[in-house]
Design a protein around this ligand. Structure first.
Ligand SMILES: Nc1nc2c(c(=O)[nH]1)N[C@H]1C(S)=C(S)[C@@H](COP(=O)(O)O)O[C@H]1N2
Ligand SMILES: [Mo]
Length: 360
């Protein structure tokens, strides 16, 4: 019933290779993202603050490869779905294990791509925590994938190279899949790739659209920080604690840095920031260069109210307590009166509406 060149192992192998590349990129960049956002133990002390655009590139690749995997996985599943109707369904112990493995692989892969895609839309219509689920599902999917490739090793090897000319039907199908991948990439990648900005039609963000030329993830209204307390002061706690008014901060040496906001949800945008060096603020509090930093926002609550910064970022001369962006005083949505901007870090850690900095 399914006798066609589209359901043959050769088609599955060609698609599987492309899907494998996309998933490998997605998995590795995902691990990196997880590590950077939530560094635990000894890792925290070894994360580099350069290259400045490191996280921007890696998270851009993560979302691009994840989106490309959607048409690839769909085509792959469609190619092999006749296997669902195999008879008898189970031919013994090892066959049962293999089929169970494929069930876990397909289920975890579909759920992984689905949750990731919805995450780029900032839509969380489920009761479980996104990040932990996405992280552990990735391991499940990769484990299942390795088992699958091992089990199918001989079959894959047999069809790795094409024998004879490809049937027209298969060529057309693979051409259509390639075109789909190109299309979904073209209409979404502009959220992180500046020169694809104009074709960014379906991504939730255009990196150059927003107040002061920059998108906003969580607005001041959402965070409840719209009205900054009249007597706002920056408090710096450390061996020699002190407080600064806005005028005090403006009297310190000001620096400028071109740094990106690279949101974990997939968009990124570069901006020109200016303000005072975090290293200067920490030195003034008597902190050694090995000091880590904890920053607390004016926000009353929210997952990103408190942020920890390893020493390598805190002492980087590009890391600023920014007061201005693209030549203007920060708007409320971008973190007025002051925000953190550091090189090479996920957007979630670029704390807005800073109230307190603590030397750890
Ligand atoms: N205090 C606080 N800072 C925050 C957030 C937040 O929710 N609260 N969101 C972060 C996220 S997820 C991102 S991507 C950046 C976005 O910065 P922008 O809105 O100025 O572009 O701010 C970060 N800073
Ligand atoms: Mo973000």
């Amino acid at each position: 019933m399914f006798d066609s060149a589209l359901h043959e192992p050769r088609t599955a192998v060609v698609l599987g290779r492309l899907l494998g590349v996309a998933l490998l990129v997605c998995f590795l960049t995902g691990l990196l993202s997880h590590l950077l956002q939530d560094p635990t133990g000894w890792v925290a002390g070894h994360l580099p603050s350069r290259p400045v655009n490191g996280y921007r590139v890696s998270q851009g690749l993560h979302v691009i490869s994840g989106i490309a995997a959607v048409p690839l996985l769909s085509a792959k599943l469609w190619t092999v779905y006749p296997k669902l109707f195999e008879w008898p369904p189970v031919r013994g112990g090892s066959h049962a294990v293999e089929r169970l493995g494929i069930a876990v692989l397909v289920a975890s892969m579909l759920l992984e791509l689905f949750t990731g895609l919805l995450n780029t839309l900032q839509w969380y219509p489920w009761p479980f925590p996104f990040r932990q689920t996405h992280f552990w599902l990735a391991w499940l999917a990769v484990g299942g994938l390795l088992l699958h490739v091992a089990a199918k090793g001989p079959l894959i090897a047999r069809h790795w190279r094409r024998v004879g000319p490809a049937p027209a039907q298969r060529r057309a199908f693979l051409g259509a899949v390639t075109a789909s991948v190109a299309a979904v990439t073209l209409v979404t990648a502009g959220q992180s790739v500046p020169w694809l900005r104009r074709t960014d039609l379906l991504a939730p963000r255009r990196p150059d659209l927003g107040p002061q030329g920059l998108p906003v993830n969580r607005t001041a209204a959402q965070a409840g920080t719209g009205a900054t307390p009249a007597g706002w002061r920056l408090r710096v706690d450390g061996p020699r604690p002190y407080e600064l008014t806005m005028d005090d901060i403006l009297a310190m040496p000001q620096y400028e840095a071109e740094l990106p906001i690279a949101c974990v949800e997939g968009w990124s945008a570069s901006a020109r920031w200016s303000g005072v060096r975090v290293a200067d603020l920490l030195a003034r509090a008597g902190a050694p260069p090995s000091a880590r930093l904890r920053v607390t926002s004016l926000e009353a609550q929210g997952p990103y109210r408190v942020m920890d910064m390893p020493a390598a970022y805190a002492r980087d001369p590009l890391t600023l307590l920014a007061l201005r962006v693209n030549g203007q005083v920060l708007s409320a949505d971008h973190g007025y009166p002051a925000r953190i901007i550091a090189p090479g870090r996920p957007g979630v850690l670029q704390t807005k509406w800073v109230a307190l900095m603590e030397v750890l």
